[in-house]
Design a protein around this ligand. Structure first.
Ligand code: MTE
Length: 448
C-alpha cells in the first residue's frame, strides 16, 4: 500500500519509504528511472505548495488547529505506545530482489530515517534462516553441557526465571550481519542505505554474562577452548564461539533489549549477544551451550559467512566486524530540494573497539574534513557523526571514512578488493559513496 512520504529538513525521502506494488515490480525489473521520475514530480509539487503558502500567509500559524481547540485523546488510549501515524512510512523492509532470488529472509532497518545511535526495537533488522516464533517463556529452557568429560563439572538446565534471578548487566552494542553490504561486492549498487547497510542495528542489551552460567556449571577454563551456541528455531542455528570472548565477560545471555524483553523476531526470550562479532553468532531463541576444545564446523559455519579469496582459498571463522561507516543522510534515493546548508549525518562502528575519528569527503575522496562526534562513544557500538555542508548545486560525491582505537582505517573498495578479490559476499567494510547530481538526486555509486 502507498504510504505518505516523510519530509525532514530539505530532503525528500528515499522512494522505498513508500513503495507500492507497482514500484516494487519496477525495482525488480531494474526500471528505477520510473521511480526517480515519480520522485522528481512529487518534489516539484511539494516545493510549489510551500511557495504558495508563504505568499498567502501560512495557515499553519494563522489558524488554530483542532488539536488546540478540542480535547485530546485520553491517557492510556494506547496501553502500548505506537509511533505517530505520520511516521508510518518508516518501516523495516524486505529487498524484493534479494528475498525472491535466494529465499533468504531479511528485513532491513531504515537507517536513513533514524537519529542518534539507538535502533527502536520495532525497527531492529530481522534475519532468520527459518522464520521466527513467539516462544512461551515458561516452556523455554537453556541447557549447558559439554562435548566430553572434564569440560564442566555439572551440566545444567535453566529456566528463563532462573536466568532472570541472576545479577544482570546492561550494555550498548551494535549487531551487524556478516552479509551486510554484500550486494555491493558485485557492484549491484542497490538504491538506498536501507538496503546497502540496513542489516545493522544498535540496542541496549540486558542479560547475564555467559561466564556466570559457565562458572555455575563448574567449567574448566584451562581445558575449554570453544563453546557452541544453538537456537531453538527450525534452522537449529549453531555457531562456534572462542572461549576468550566468553571468559572476558562480554558475551551475554540476554533477555532485555532497550529496557523491555527482547522482541520475538530478535530472539525472545533468550539470545546470545557477542559484541563485535558478526550477527550470525548472536544465536536467537538460545536453547543450548556446549563446551568443547575445537570448532564444531557445523552446517551454518561451513556453507555461510565464509569468504572466497583470490587463488581459490577461503576464510572461515573470521567473525569480527571490522571498522566501517556510512552516511545515512543525504543518502541513496533521497533528493536535495535546493542549494544551501545541509547536515551530513551518519554512523560509524568497529567490532574491535571504539570509534576515534570519522572523516567526510564531498568530492569523492580528494579532500577530507573531520566530522563532529557529539553523542556517546561506546566500544563495539554505533557512533553518530555529523558535519556541516553547504551544497553549491554542483555534482558531488559524499563519503565517510572511520578510524577505530586500534588505528585501523576503513578501506576504499580498491584497497579491499586488492586483498580479498571480487568473489566475496560477506564482510564488506569498504567506504560507501553517494553521488549528488545537479538535480539534487542522490544515488549509489562505487569509487575505487
Ligand atoms: N539465531 C537463530 N536461532 N536463527 C537464525 O536464523 N540468524 C542469525 C542470528 N541468529 C539466526 C540466529 C543471523 S544470520 C543474524 S544476522 C542475526 O541473528 C540477526 O539478528 P536479528 O534478527 O535480531 O537482527
Amino acid at each position: 500500500m502507498a504510504e505518505q512520504p516523510i519530509q525532514r529538513g530539505r530532503l525528500r525521502p528515499a522512494p522505498e519509504h513508500f513503495l507500492n506494488e507497482a514500484d516494487v515490480q519496477a525495482v525488480e525489473a531494474g526500471r528505477r528511472g520510473f521511480l526517480r521520475k515519480a520522485l522528481v514530480t512529487a518534489s516539484a509539487a511539494m516545493a510549489a505548495t510551500t511557495v504558495a503558502r508563504a505568499e498567502d500567509g501560512d495557515p499553519a500559524i494563522l489558524t488554530l488547529p483542532p488539536w488546540t481547540t478540542s480535547l485530546g485523546q485520553p491517557v492510556a488510549a494506547r496501553p502500548y505506545g505506537l509511533p505517530s501515524q505520520y511516521e508510518k512510512g518508516l518501516q523495516r523492509r524486505e529487498s524484493p530482489g534479494l528475498t525472491r532470488m535466494s529465499q533468504v529472509s531479511v528485513a532491513f532497518t531504515p537507517l536513513q530515517g533514524l537519529f542518534g545511535i539507538v535502533t527502536p526495537s520495532g525497527l531492529h533488522f530481522e534475519r532468520h534462516h527459518q522464520g521466527w516464533s513467539d516462544i512461551d517463556p515458561s516452556k523455554h529452557r537453556l541447557m549447558i553441557n559439554a562435548s566430553d568429560d572434564g569440560f564442566i563439572r555439572a551440566p545444567r538446565v535453566y529456566t528463563v526465571d532462573d536466568i532472570l534471578r541472576l545479577p544482570p548487566v546492561s550494555r550498548m552494542h551494535f549487531i551487524e550481519c556478516g552479509a551486510n553490504t554484500g550486494m555491493e561486492w558485485g557492484n549491484v549498487a542497490v538504491p538506498t542505505v536501507q538496503y546497502t547497510h540496513g542489516m545493522l542495528s544498535c540496542s541496549e542489551f540486558t542479560g547475564v554474562p555467559l561466564r556466570t552460567l559457565l562458572d555455575d556449571c563448574g567449567v574448566n577454563w584451562k581445558k575449554a577452548r570453544y563453546v557452541l551456541a544453538e537456537g531453538a528455531d527450525g534452522s537449529s542455528m549453531t555457531r562456534t564461539i572462542p572461549i576468550e570472548l566468553v571468559e572476558s565477560g562480554e558475551v551475554l545471555v540476554a533477555y532485555g533489549q532497550n529496557g523491555e524483553m527482547l522482541r520475538p523476531e530478535n530472539g525472545y526470550p533468550l539470545r546470545l549477544v557477542v559484541p563485535g562479532v558478526q550477527g550470525v553468532s548472536w544465536v536467537k531463541w538460545l536453547r543450548r551451550i556446549e563446551v568443547g576444545d575445537q570448532p564444531w564446523a557445523t552446517k551454518d559455519e561451513a556453507i555461510h559467512y565464509v569468504d572466497l579469496l583470490p587463488g581459490g582459498q577461503h576464510r572461515q571463522y573470521t567473525s569480527i566486524q571490522e571498522c566501517k561507516s556510512v552516511i545515512t543522510t543525504p543518502s541513496g534515493g533521497q533528493m536535495l530540494l535546493d542549494k544551501g546548508f545541509y547536515n551530513i549525518s551518519g554512523l560509524a562502528w568497529s567490532g574491535r573497539g571504539k570509534i576515534t575519528r570519522v572523516d567526510v569527503s564531498t568530492d569523492g575522496g580528494v579532500n577530507w574534513r573531520s566530522a563532529r562526534i557529539d553523542g556517546p562513544v561506546h566500544g563495539k557500538c554505533l557512533t553518530r557523526f555529523n558535519i556541516d555542508w553547504v551544497w553549491d548545486g554542483r555534482p558531488a560525491i559524499l563519503q565517510s571514512r572511520a578510524v577505530d582505537d586500534t588505528g585501523y582505517v576503513q578501506p576504499r573498495y580498491g584497497q579491499l578488493r586488492a586483498v580479498r578479490g571480487t568473489k566475496s559476499i560477506y564482510h564488506n567494510n569498504a567506504i560507501q559513496s553517494w553521488k549528488v547530481a545537479e538535480t539534487g538526486e542522490v544515488s549509489n555509486v562505487q569509487v575505487l
